[in-house]
Design a binder for this molecule. Structure first.
Ligand SMILES: Nc1ncnc2c1ncn2[C@@H]1O[C@H](COP(=O)(O)OP(=O)(O)OP(=O)(O)O)[C@@H](O)[C@H]1O
Ligand code: SF4
Ligand SMILES: [Mg+2]
Length: 326
């Protein structure tokens, strides 16, 4: 398998909006360091998870990859081509190859469009197939995403559907142009627990059928465990551990990954895992702690952790983590 996507040294800093008086008195500009030097690779047909607490930068990475915004620093390669700077024509082709599924399907569905119009629109934009073929293609993809009977959905509007059905329509709209890669940003988190497993199973089936790679974003490590082949655990804009999902779940090496895994109820009931309590809350991304950014919450923090940022250490085949204990 080859790399389809590679992200190198990616950073995204947002300026903090300051009032007139704070600006006058502080002079210095403040930045939200949402993504602070992130690198990873995703293979062809691989499902790669980005996991971490709210605000750690997952969605920002997804939005940078689909070019909804530009990075502050760093490069993103798709099929070996750097996509950070693309011409208008290249950008159109890129949009066909990389799709995004949002947590809220309304982000990609126009409430005034029928399901037929919404799902067909990408075919119209990219001028794929004749008019008649396009409608046939919509019917066929609605079937693929489990909307049954598929023709009964064509003239309906998003508000006439359940949340799960709406997400299926959004998935159909993303897949209809046969992308190589899909960024799925918490696609199940707004859905009822009973539908989540179904949607996840369907995504794996579609991944096989369409030969897709998926970047699967979730705050829930047990969800990532079920759907991903590899994953990266993020904390405050940085990856703290990455590798094959099984390796991380069986042998988490960073205290933060250990803590996340220690509270998942259904992992290896035979293995007794010490429950690791994180201290306090997540610090502000405008004021990232010096040294290891996890040190204020880490139960194992040592003096060196407050001073020196740990480097990535190789733990096994493709498994790395950054902690002074390693
Ligand atoms: N457009 C923006 N302007 C300023 N700050 C932003 C912007 N977008 C995101 N941020 C900040 O960047 C940080 C990372 O946000 P992001 O949405 O990427 O996190 P996340 O991991 O997806 O969180 P969640 O699990 O809550 O979706 C947060 O502190 C957020 O407030
Ligand atoms: S480097 Fe130190 S503070 Fe950071 S995770 Fe490791 S032990 Fe904890
Ligand atoms: Mg998010």
């Amino acid at each position: 398998m080859g790399n389809l996507l590679e992200v190198r040294g990616l950073k995204k800093y947002f300026p903090v909006k300051q009032g007139f008086f704070t600006k006058e008195f502080t002079k210095e500009e403040e930045w939200v360091r949402a993504v602070d030097g992130v690198s990873f690779k995703i293979d062809d047909r691989e499902v790669f998870g980005l996991v971490g607490e709210s605000g750690c930068g997952k969605t920002t990475i997804g939005r940078l990859i689909v070019k909804l915004m530009d990075p502050t620093e760093g490069d993103i390669y798709l099929d070996g081509k750097n996509i950070v700077k693309l011409s208008k024509n290249e950008l159109k082709d890129f949009r066909k190859n990389v799709g995004m599924i949002f947590q809220d399907p309304y982000e990609s569905l126009n409430p005034r469009f029928t399901i037929l119009e919404s799902v067909k629109e990408p075919l119209d934009i990219h001028r794929i197939g004749e008019r008649e073929d396009r409608i046939k293609k919509v019917v066929s993809i609605l079937k693929e995403v489990g909307l049954n009977p598929e023709k009964s959905f064509l003239k309906r509007y998003p508000h006439e559907l359940s949340g799960g059905q709406r997400q299926r329509v959004a998935i159909a709209r993303t897949l209809i142009v046969n992308p190589k890669m899909v960024i799925a940003d918490e696609p199940c988190s707004m859905l009822d627990v009973s539908i989540r497993a179904e949607i996840m199973k369907m995504m794996i089936k579609l991944k096989e059928e369409f030969g897709l790679s998926i970047l699967y974003i979730t705050h829930d490590i047990s969800e990532a465990r079920h759907i991903t082949d590899s994953m990266a655990v993020m904390y405050l804009g940085k990856i703290v551990e990455s590798g094959r999902t099984d390796d991380i779940i069986e042998n988490p090496s960073h205290p933060y990954s250990k803590a996340l895994i220690s509270v998942v109820p259904d992992i290896d009931p035979d293995i007794k895992r010490e429950k690791i309590e994180l201290l306090g809350g997540v610090p502000s991304p405008t004021d990232i702690p010096k040294g290891c950014r996890f040190h204020p919450r880490c139960p194992y923090a040592m003096d060196i952790c407050r001073e020196k940022e740990p480097e990535y250490i190789k733990i096994g085949n493709g498994h790395i983590a950054s902690c002074h204990l390693l």
